[in-house]
Write a protein of this length. Sequence first.
Length: 22
Amino acid sequence: HPDKNPDPESRKKFIKIANAYE
């Protein structure tokens, strides 16, 4: 889970996915 793993790379990936979802 990106929330449990505050990794900069994971966060970037999560943001990219969230952006693609919108």
